[in-house]
Design a protein around this ligand. Structure first.
Ligand code: ADP
Ligand code: MG
Length: 682
C-alpha cells in the first residue's frame, strides 16, 4: 500500500526520466506531488456544441469520429493525423502533430471528448492537438482542471494525471495539523477535502473553501513560528534607563531634527524607561533620516552604561554608517568600531578584544556581527538597518549576544501593511512620515536607449553645475552561471570614461570588489572626487551622498519597483533638484506598468503595494531575504483579513499551550517549515 512518503515513481507513467523532471519541481514523494498546487485553473466542465463555438475559443466538445483518421507524412520527422468529428450541430477538423498513434486510437463511429482551441469560421472549424478522452473518464475534461507550473520534460497532462492518481492513492492519509477547535472556530474544511478541491475543485465556491483553509494554515503556522521566535523576549524585564538626556547629542547636529524624528526618538526613550526590552520598528521612506534616530538611541544606551550594535546588510552601508556615526559619536567621547567579514584577521582580533573589554561602545558591521567570536561586554541595544534583508532568526541571533537587549529595527523599504504584520507581527512601530525640510521631489523620466546621448549631455551639465551622478547597470546573467556584475559595470564605466566623459572622473563599484576598494571608491565619491559612479545595485540601499543629483538606471525593467524606489532614493537628499532617468527598451506590459508607477508616485508605501501586486509576495523581497517560508497559497495582497484571523488564532493557541506540548502536529510542521528555511526555532 502506498503512503505519503512513497516515491512518485509509484505513479503509473512516471519512470526514472520523469521522476527527474519532477524532482526539479521539488516533487519526490507522493506527499510532495499532492502538495504541488496549481497556479491557475481552466473550466472544462461544460460540453459545448460545435455549432456554437466562436473563433479562438477554448472549449470541450463531445463528438463522434466521422471516418477513420488519415496519416500524412509532411516531411521527414513530421507526421500529421487528420480526423473529422461531428456532434450534430457542426463539424470540427482535427489535426494532431507527431501523434501518429492517434491514427489507431481514434475509432470511426465512436464518441470522444475533445478539448482545445477552436479556430476558423462557421463551417470550417478546426482544432490543433486537442486533448482527447473517452466520455466518462473525467480526468482532463468535464471538470475544472488545474494548471501547474512546469519544468522541462513535464507536461500539464502528465502532471494532472499524476496528481489525480496521487490523490486517489493517498489523499485520505493526509492528517490535519490544525486542531478541531480551530477548524470549527474559523470554519475551515478538513485538509483532505482541501487538497482534493485545490487540485480538482467541484466549483469556484469549493475552490475558495479549499484555498481559504490552506492559506489559513500557512499563515497560522507562520504566525505561530514568528511568535515563538519572539516569545523569548516577552515577559522579561530589564533595568530602566535612568539617563534620557540627549542635549549634548542634539548640540552636535548641524540641523534640527524633524518632528517625526523627534517623535520616534521620544517613543524609543519611553521604551528605554519602561523596564521592558524594546521591540520597535522605525519605518520611514528613503531619506527620512532614520539613521539619526538610531544614533540617538545608541547614544542613550551608551550613556546608560551599555554597548550598542548596528547591523547593516552590505559592507558599503556598514562602512558608511560607521563613518557617519563615528564622526558624530566620537565627538561625544563614544568609541566606535567597524566589523565586517572581509577585515584582515589582525584588525578583526583587535576589534573583538576591545569589544569584549568594553572599550568599544558602538559596533557597526555586517552579518559578521553574528559570528561566534563576537562577544560584547554588555550589549544593551541592537539596531538592524534595512531589516527586511535579515531573517527573523538573524535578528534573534544578534540579540542573543546580550541579555535581552533593546531591539530597534529600521526599515527603509516601506513594507506593505500586510507583509509588515507578518514579518514584524507585534513589534511596536514608529513611523517617520516627514522628510527633512528643503527636499524636492525627484523628477523621474522613463526613456528608451535611443536617448543615451541626451542623457549623457544632461549628466555633463549637472556635473558642470557642481553635482554628481550615479549610473546603475543591472547584472548580466550568462546562461545560468553566476551573474557577473563586474564585467557589465566595469566595462561600461571604462567606455564612459574613455569615450563619453574623458574630461570627468568616472569610477565603478560592484559586488565583487574587495571591501577596502569599494570603500575607497565610495569615500572618494562622497568627498566629490569622483563625478560619475557606475555601479551595480550595491548602491541600492542606504548610500548617502547629498551632492549627487542624477540617478540613471540602465535596463530599468530588470529591477523591481521597490528596488527602483530605493535607487531613486539615493538622489534628492540634498538641497538641489534631482533627477531619476529610467532607461528601458522593453515595451512589455509589465515593464511599462512599473515605469509608469515610478513616474506617477514617489510614495514608497504605494510603490511597495504595487510591487507586491505585480510580483507577488514570493518575489517581493526574495524569500531568503526575509527568511520566512514561502507562501504557496496565501496571497498577501488580498488575504489581509485572513492573516489577522490566523494571527489571532496563533496568539490564542500559544496562550493556552505555549510550548505546543498538546499540539505535536503543529510543533512538527513548524520544525519542518522553519528548518527548511535555515531558521532555528527555539
Ligand atoms: P534614511 O532614512 O534613508 O536612512 P538617512 O538617515 O540616510 O535617511 O538620512 C538622509 C540624509 O538626511 C542624511 O544626509 C542625513 O544627514 C540627512 N538628515 C537626517 N535628518 C535630517 C534633518 N532633520 N534635517 C536635515 N537633514 C537631515
Ligand atoms: Mg538608511
Amino acid at each position: 500500500m502506498p503512503d505519503l512518503s512513497t516515491d512518485v515513481r509509484y505513479i503509473r507513467g512516471i519512470g526514472e526520466e520523469r521522476a527527474k523532471g519532477l524532482k526539479k519541481l521539488g516533487i519526490v514523494t507522493l506527499r510532495d506531488l499532492i502538495a504541488y498546487f496549481p497556479r491557475a485553473y481552466e473550466d472544462r466542465r461544460s460540453i459545448r456544441e460545435i455549432g456554437s463555438l466562436q473563433d479562438g475559443e477554448s472549449a470541450c466538445v463531445e463528438a463522434m469520429v466521422d471516418e477513420p483518421p488519415s496519416l500524412n507524412r509532411v516531411r521527414k520527422g513530421m507526421e500529421l493525423v487528420k480526423v473529422k468529428v461531428s456532434d450534430g450541430t457542426g463539424t470540427l477538423f482535427l489535426t494532431f502533430f507527431n501523434q501518429s498513434y492517434r491514427k489507431n486510437s481514434l475509432h470511426a463511429g465512436e464518441d470522444y471528448i475533445f478539448y482545445g482551441k477552436a479556430e476558423g469560421p462557421g463551417r470550417r472549424k478546426s482544432m490543433v492537438n486537442p486533448l482527447v478522452e473517452p466520455p466518462g473518464t473525467g480526468v482532463l475534461t468535464g471538470r475544472i482542471v488545474p494548471i501547474y507550473p512546469l519544468s522541462a520534460g513535464i507536461t500539464q497532462t502528465m502532471l494532472v494525471r499524476a496528481v489525480d492518481q496521487g490523490l486517489a492513492a493517498c489523499g485520505d492519509l493526509l492528517e490535519d495539523s490544525l486542531p478541531d477547535e480551530i477548524l470549527q472556530d474559523h470554519q475551515l474544511c478538513r485538509v483532505k477535502y482541501a487538497y482534493k478541491q485545490i487540485h480538482f475543485p467541484s466549483s469556484e465556491e469549493e475552490l475558495d473553501v479549499a484555498r481559504r483553509r490552506l492559506a489559513f494554515e500557512e499563515l497560522f503556522l507562520l504566525a505561530v513560528g514568528i511568535r515563538k521566535l519572539r516569545s523569548r523576549r516577552e515577559d522579561c524585564s530589564c533595568a530602566p534607563y535612568g539617563d534620557l538626556d540627549l542635549t549634548a547629542f542634539y548640540g552636535k547636529l548641524s540641523f534640527d531634527l524633524t518632528g517625526a524624528q523627534r517623535r520616534a526618538i521620544g517613543e524609543i526613550l519611553a521604551d528605554f524607561a519602561s523596564g521592558q526590552p524594546m521591540n520597535r520598528l522605525v519605518q520611514g521612506d528613503v531619506g527620512s533620516g532614520k539613521t539619526m534616530v538610531a544614533a540617538a538611541a545608541m547614544v542613550c544606551a551608551v550613556k546608560n552604561g551599555f554597548q550598542a550594535a548596528l547591523m547593516a546588510p552590505t559592507e558599503i552601508l556598514a562602512e558608511q554608517h560607521h563613518r557617519g556615526l563615528s564622526a558624530l559619536l566620537e565627538g561625544l567621547g563614544i568609541p566606535c568600531a567597524l566589523l565586517t567579514g572581509a577585515m584582515p584577521a589582525k584588525a578583526r582580533r583587535e576589534v573583538l578584544e576591545r569589544l569584549e573589554r568594553g572599550e568599544i561602545r558602538v559596533l557597526t558591521g555586517t552579518h559578521a556581527l553574528l559570528g561566534e567570536g563576537v562577544a560584547f561586554q554588555n550589549l544593551g541595544l541592537v539596531v538592524t538597518d534595512e531589516q527586511h534583508r535579515f531573517g527573523v532568526a538573524q535578528r534573534a541571533a544578534l540579540s542573543a549576544k546580550g541579555e535581552w537587549p533593546h531591539l530597534l529595527v529600521m526599515s527603509a523599504t516601506p513594507i506593505p501593511r500586510t507583509l509588515a504584520l507578518l514579518i514584524y507581527g507585534d513589534l511596536d512601530v514608529s513611523v517617520i512620515d516627514e522628510l527633512p525640510p528643503g527636499r524636492q521631489k525627484v523628477e523621474t523620466y522613463a526613456v528608451t536607449g535611443a536617448y543615451h546621448q541626451r542623457v549623457y549631455k544632461f549628466i555633463d551639465k549637472q556635473i558642470a553645475a557642481g553635482r554628481q551622478a550615479y549610473i546603475v547597470c543591472s547584472m548580466v546573467e550568462e546562461n545560468d552561471t553566476i551573474p557577473d556584475d563586474r564585467k557589465a559595470a566595469s566595462a561600461y564605466a571604462k567606455m564612459l570614461q574613455e569615450q563619453v566623459f574623458p574630461h570627468l572622473r568616472v569610477a565603478c563599484v560592484h559586488g565583487r570588489m574587495k571591501p577596502r576598494e569599494k570603500d575607497a571608491v565610495m569615500s572618494a565619491f562622497a568627498a566629490g572626487d569622483i563625478h560619475i559612479l557606475v555601479s551595480t545595485t550595491v548602491v541600492e540601499v542606504g548610500v548617502d551622498v547629498p551632492n549627487a543629483t542624477v540617478m540613471v538606471v540602465e535596463d530599468a525593467e530588470r529591477f523591481g519597483l521597490s528596488q527602483l524606489h530605493q535607487l531613486r532614493g539615493r538622489v534628492g537628499r540634498g538641497k538641489h533638484q534631482s533627477y531619476c532617468i529610467l532607461i528601458s527598451d522593453n515595451r512589455g506590459e509589465e515593464a511599462r506598468a512599473r515605469l509608469k508607477i515610478m513616474k506617477q508616485t514617489s510614495d514608497g508605501f504605494k510603490i511597495a503595494e504595487e510591487d507586491l501586486r505585480l510580483r507577488g509576495p514570493g518575489d517581493f523581497f526574495g524569500q531568503r531575504q526575509h527568511g520566512l517560508p514561502a507562501l504557496k497559497v496565501a496571497d498577501l495582497t488580498c488575504d489581509a483579513a485572513l492573516l489577522k484571523e490566523a494571527q489571532d488564532a496563533a496568539g490564542d493557541l500559544l496562550e493556552r499551550d505555549p510550548d505546543l506540548a498538546a499540539h505535536p502536529a503543529i510543533a512538527c510542521r513548524l520544525a519542518e517549515l522553519f528548518e527548511l528555511n535555515g531558521e532555528a526555532l527555539n
